[in-house]
Ligand binder design. Structure first.
Ligand code: ADP
Ligand code: MG
Length: 438
């Protein structure tokens, strides 16, 4: 789990900080919403508690979907572990001359391609081969957690593998803004501009956050022009198309559309299952395809980050409680995150299912006709509404042409009695219930 926390932390903190402060931490216990972290010594403990606890909590709760109400940091470490810690600290002191900010974990190899993302993936792959002028800028847009940042890092990582001297820089628009503000304050704007203008490949994440920020927008505009004019590659991501970003300067929007605009859509159930299986394999989680499919079909969110979070949560609960991963365990531990199927059933679904099964017309079902072939299905529909929707007798009466509640009650009671006696009716109800959930 801690590996996942580290990975996510790299989106918020510099790699150096993550390696220095968070990497040596271990997870001690995980019980319900209580999490215990083990720090190498008191110094770490204090530092973590004062500086990084809110972020760690946030990552557990939001990115990994592991409820973390209380996080306790303790110190307890063997001699051997102490040695590795001092090693980590001293080696972190040497700073790279040019830091690309790339997260090595985000590669093409571990990115699952499907209909939802194959266009963006293909474009990124082309850029990563070194075809710089074809898609410039490459603008990728799509909802939160659909893999934009992952793809961007994958391009950077692959490029550096092939061309180690290339100056690839990944930066989020927020960090760009922060860096600019601090450069302004310390009167180092020349340095700032110099740094950005010597880049070969700029990976600029979440450009929509520049909207409304005049000074950073302006600075970015010059960076963009300078890089573009010297035929350097630019990749941008955003949660919206250039047109849809509010308060974004026209001149920037039009530049964003000079190259290629590629979208990423929410993944289908098949893609979600594939992503879960792949991630489980990477993390050595014994995940049955049936369970993966269950999660893929039933998770409320389309966000891949939350999908993976669900897997991690499930696996954490499984290993801490010694229960094998199953659909049952998934239902138990992911309950809050799953679609509540009962909510989807409406009066209309019940009417539809009953009409179809008994082959009667909706108008007949709602009419006053009392022939058995119609009255019987009608009573069953009433019974199902009461059972599944927890609605009032009057509401049901309304649906069936304004019958009063005592008539409705009588119908429901008679079905209830028959279910107890007649096996056949019991079967019919089962079939109808199943159809309701489909
Ligand atoms: P975005 O930047 O679009 O908000 P991220 O790139 O941060 O999304 O992706 C969120 C998480 O989901 C990351 O851990 C990423 O590795 C994972 N992810 C997203 N899409 C895929 C995919 N197609 N295959 C594998 N992992 C994916
Ligand atoms: Mg992102």
């Amino acid at each position: 789990i801690w590996e996942e926390v580290l990975k996510e932390a790299k989106n918020h903190l510099s790699e150096q900080i993550v390696n220095t402060w968070l990497k040596p931490i271990k997870v001690g216990e995980l019980r319900g919403d209580f999490i215990q972290l083990i720090a190498p010594n008191k110094f770490y403990k204090n530092w973590i508690e004062t500086k990084y606890l809110p972020l760690i909590k946030k990552i557990f709760n939001e990115s990994l979907s592991i409820e973390a109400q209380t996080i306790q940091v303790i110190t307890k470490l063997s001699e051997k572990q102490k040695k590795t810690v001092t090693h980590t600290v001293s080696s972190a002191v040497t700073v790279d001359v040019f830091t690309s900010n790339l997260n090595k974990q985000y590669t093409f190899d571990n990115f699952v391609v499907g209909n939802s993302n194959n266009f963006a993936h293909a474009a990124c792959l082309a850029v990563s081969e070194g075809y710089f002028h074809t898609y410039n800028p490459l603008f990728i847009y799509g909802g939160v957690g659909l893999g934009k940042t992952h793809l961007m890092h994958a391009v950077g990582n692959k490029l550096l593998e092939k061309f180690p001297k290339l100056k690839v820089l990944y930066i989020s628009s927020e960090n760009f803004t922060n860096e600019m503000i601090s450069s302004l304050k310390s009167k180092k704007m020349d340095e700032f501009r110099e740094k950005y203008r010597k880049i070969d490949v700029l990976l600029f994440d979440d450009v929509q956050f520049l909207a409304g920020k005049q000074r950073s927008t302006e600075e970015f505009f010059y960076t963009f022009n300078s890089l573009y004019d010297s035929q350097k590659q630019i990749i941008l991501t955003s949660d919206k198309t250039p047109d849809e970003i509010p308060e974004m300067e026209e001149r920037l929007k039009s530049r964003f559309a000079w190259g290629l605009i590629a979208d990423i859509q929410p993944p289908s159930v098949e893609e979600k299952t594939a992503i879960l299986m792949k991630r489980a394999e990477q993390m050595n989680i014994p995940l049955d395809e049936k369970v993966a499919l269950f999660i893929a079909e039933n998770l409320k969110s389309d966000n891949v980050r939350e999908l993976i979070g669900a897997l991690i949560r499930l696996s954490a609960y499984s290993s801490f409680n010694g229960e094998p991963i199953s659909i049952e365990l998934a239902k138990k531990t992911l309950d809050k995150f799953l679609i509540k199927k009962d909510k989807i059933i409406t009066f209309d679904t019940i009417l539809k299912v009953v009409c179809e099964y008994f082959n009667v017309k909706l108008s007949e079902l709602k009419s006053k006709k009392r022939t058995k072939s119609i009255a019987y299905p009608r009573q069953i529909a009433m019974y199902l509404m009461r059972e599944k929707l927890n609605c009032s007798l009057n509401e049901i009466g309304e649906i069936f042409g304004g019958r009063d509640h005592s008539t409705v009650l009588h119908s429901i009671n008679s079905i209830e009695k028959k279910i107890k006696k007649e096996k056949e009716l019991k079967e019919i109800i089962k079939i109808l219930e199943k159809a309701l959930y489909e």
